[in-house]
Each structure stands twice: as C-alpha cells, then as structure tokens.
Design a binder for this molecule. Structure first.
Ligand SMILES: Cc1ncc(COP(=O)(O)O)c(C=O)c1O
Length: 449
C-alpha cells in the first residue's frame, strides 16, 4: 500500500524550501511537527477537488473499506454527518421530495444542528427499550414506524455503535430500508474498526448507503481524521456530489498532518491489522469474562468497549472513575450509572493488565438502588430550524417547565437526548436534567416578552 501524501510532504520538507506560502510557522519548530504541516501548495492536491495525491490516498482507503468512494475529513465525523445530510437533502430535491428524515433518537447533536440548518423535517425513532443511555433500535421498530408514516422519509439515520458500546442489527434494518426505498445513513463514528472483524460488521458491508467513521476514535489517526464512505449500491449522484457537500461545511485549510495520518493509516491497516485485532479482542473478551466472574455487571456488545454498570457493585460511575483516576487510568465516559473504557490495539498488554488489576482492587460494596430515569417522549412545539435560530435565553432548569428547547439537545452526554430542539420541556425532563446535574437550559424567548 502506497502513502502518496506522506511521501510528498516528506520529500518537500527534506528539501528545506523557503516557504513563501501558508502556514505562518514556515515549517519551523514551536511544537516540532511544523515541518510536516503544509497547505495546498503545488503538487499537494486539494482536499475538496482531489485529483492528485489526496485522490490516490482516498482511493487506497476506498479499496480497504470496499466502498464506491471514501472521502477524507480533517474535521471529524462531524463534517461527514453534515455532508451526509446535505447529500440526502439534494437527493430528495432531485426526486421532487421535501427533505424528510427518520432518525434514531440517540443522534449526536451535530445531526440535529445540521437538520435545523438544512431545514429537514425530522421524525424521531425510538425502540421499545429506549432509555436515556441507549436506543437499541430493531428492524421491527423501523418497519412499524415506516408503515405508520403518511410520508415516506428520504432516509433513515442511525447511530451505531453507541457511546456505551451497543451495536444494533444493521443487516436486517438495511433490508427493511431497501424494501421501502429509504436510504440508510449510519453514524459509525465509534466503529471504524468494525470493518476488520471476521465477518465485518462495518455499516457499508451490512447495507448502509452512506456512513461516517471517526478514524481517530478507534483507529490510530490524529484527532479529526475521519472518513465518509459511499456504498457501491448508491446511485452515482452521491459520489458525484460528495466533495461539494463536504466543502459546503469544511475549512478551506485542511490539516495536512491529519491527511498524512489518514494516508499512513492505509499502510497500517493493510499490514496484519485484522489478525492483530482478533488477538486483541480475544484478550479483551477474556478480561470481560474474568470481570463478570468477579461480580461486575458489564453491558454492551461492542468488542473494543468495556462498560460497567457500577451501581450493582456499590458505586456511582462518577465515583468509580475517580478511584481509577487515582491510579492514572482515565476512562472515556462516566455518569451516575456507568463507566466506559475505550480500548484499541495501541493499548499495550501491560496497560490492559493494569486496568484489570485496578478494577479487581476495588472492593464490592452493597448495591446502590435506583437507576437512570425512564426516557419520556417529548412533544415538538416547533421545527428544529425555528428552535435553533429563534431568539433564545438561558434559564435555570427549575423555571423551564413548558418552555421550548432552543439548543440542539439536552442529554446525559453523550447518549440519548432527554429533549431535543423545538420540544416542550416536561416535568419528567426536568427530573432527568436534575438527575444528570444539568442546571441551565436554552429556551425560546416567550412571544409576549
Ligand atoms: C456518536 C457520535 N457521532 C459523531 C461524533 C462526532 O465525531 P467527531 O468527533 O469525529 O467529529 C461523536 C463524537 O464524539 C459521537 O460520539
């Protein structure tokens, strides 16, 4: 596997040219990485009109992921999510439809912000078992919802894996989408590595039309490195318009450090990564089994996440996180109920052993009763667009009853929103805010004020 971006930048840097172009650091030290931090100079291609080294590198990534096209993002999955929505908006218009999307309720706030910006009609999809922490949507949930809608949505938008490590059955959901002629868009920010399982659990292999992966979350890319993948099953419209959709939201100064990181990742992934991943997962599965035997309650089915429901063990997730922090072990996420660790192949055997030792050193205490509040269905009073872009004010949660939320969402970060933009704040929502320590909310200004 070739690394055209890295090769170009290294050759350029080794020539020690007089840099009379951006960036202003001129390749000279401050951090030490400036030499390799260039911009779109001659020969370096251009991210949103790629036809040189970036295009070659993206084609390498596309062949690894088995997509019709894979586009690099140096601004995370956030940028790819915006592009997915813009592509769906344009596609809907090309079919004479008003953009309408059915979205799993556990959508990241970038989804809601962009849906507002692009003025999508959004219908939220919850599962039977939707809580504030996970939203395990099934094919049955999707089919029932699609049957009940008067208007067919352009797309179904799902987030899987979720933050706590739950993966939903995309294969059967994609079959339902195909049956109803609805596009399937997947926020796979947490699942780039799923491509390398045997068999692959990557959304593109399971029937998604478009998906984003944060290469920086579960693969060793620099923060911000992400992919937008387009399936070979998609109409040509998507590949033809994808770069423009990315450019609509992206910076005109993409980071070449991140591009090099994505470029080098192709080499890394094609050099035995799959085999190493399978050994690593076996080690983690063994660790999970030992923890379960010691009385830990584990949740989720994502191989590289370890999530413990801490209350049965006698601790709040937040207190458990502090105990581990004292041992220099930093978790990805904690809240009153859970603690989540994200592991990758870059975590050494010694680090995994240190985690196990630390977990096993925590004495079991009497279980703490009480779980996170049940998710309630809130009613929309206005569109997401009107809520996000109307006049707003910030008020204390205890004064918010009956008011309309004017920010993307309020949630126990970063799982299922308690309430989303344009919805009315209910008594149950206020109780949930209090449970998660949320003290202030942004609401629309009252009309007669
Ligand atoms: C589920 C989910 N989707 C999307 C994003 C945004 O990804 P990125 O940080 O790569 O922009 C995040 C970020 O944490 C996320 O958790």
């Amino acid at each position: 596997m070739k690394t055209p971006i890295c090769d170009f930048v290294n050759t350029y840097n080794n020539k020690s040219p007089i840099r009379l172009h951006m960036p202003g650091h001129k390749g000279k030290a401050c951090l030490g990485t400036e030499g390799l931090d260039i911009t779109e100079i001659m020969g370096a291609d251009s991210l949103y009109e790629a036809n040189g080294i970036i295009k070659q590198s993206e084609d390498n990534a596309s062949s690894i992921f088995g997509s019709a096209a894979t586009l690099y993002s140096t601004e995370g999955s956030s940028l790819c999510i915006r592009a997915m929505l813009e592509l769906s908006r344009g596609y809907a218009l090309s079919k004479g439809q008003k953009p309408f999307i059915l979205a799993g309720r556990n959508a990241h706030k970038v989804f809601t912000l962009t849906a507002g910006l692009l003025d999508f009609d959004v219908e939220w999809l919850r599962s039977q078992k939707c809580s504030y922490l996970s939203c395990n949507i099934t094919a049955d949930d999707v089919e029932k919802k699609l049957c009940s809608l008067e208007r067919k949505p352009t797309a179904l938008y799902l987030t899987t894996p979720d933050y706590l490590g739950n993966i939903i059955d995309l294969k059967s959901i994609s079959e339902v989408c195909a049956k109803y002629g609805v596009l399937l868009l997947v926020d796979n920010a947490h699942g780039a590595y799923l491509k390398f399982l045997s068999p692959s659990l990557h959304p593109i292999d399971l029937g998604a039309d478009l998906c984003c992966d944060s290469a920086h979350k579960t693969l060793p890319a620099l923060t911000g490195g992400a992919y937008l993948h387009i399936s070979k099953n998609c109409e040509s419209y998507f590949v033809q318009n994808a770069k423009e959709a990315m450019a609509l939201f992206g910076s005109t100064s993409p980071s070449y450090l991140i591009l090099q990181s994505l470029d080098k990742l192709n080499l890394y992934l094609s050099n035995g990564y799959k085999e190493k991943l399978s050994t690593f997962i076996l080690r983690l599965n063994n660790l999970k089994s030992r923890l379960a035997l010691k009385g830990f309650t584990l949740i989720g089915n994502e191989p590289l996440k370890l999530t413990i429901s801490t209350k049965p063990f006698g601790y709040l997730g937040t207190d458990f996180a502090k105990l581990l922090e004292n041992r220099n072990i930093i978790c990805e996420f904690c809240d009153p109920d859970y603690i989540t660790f994200m592991l990758t192949l870059e975590n050494t055997k010694a680090e995994v052993e240190a985690l196990e030792k630390a977990l096993l050193s925590v004495p079991k205490k009497e279980s703490i009763c009480g779980f996170s509040p049940n998710a309630v269905v809130s009613k929309a009073a206005t569109s997401i667009k009107k809520a996000l872009f109307g006049p707003k004010e910030e008020i204390a949660v205890n004064l918010a009853l009956g008011r309309i939320l004017a920010s993307a969402n309020v949630g126990c970060p970063p799982a299922v929103p308690i309430i989303s933009a344009g919805e009315i704040i209910t008594e149950e929502a206020i109780k949930a805010f209090e449970y998660y320590g949320i003290k202030k909310v942004k609401v629309l200004v009252l009309k007669d004020k």
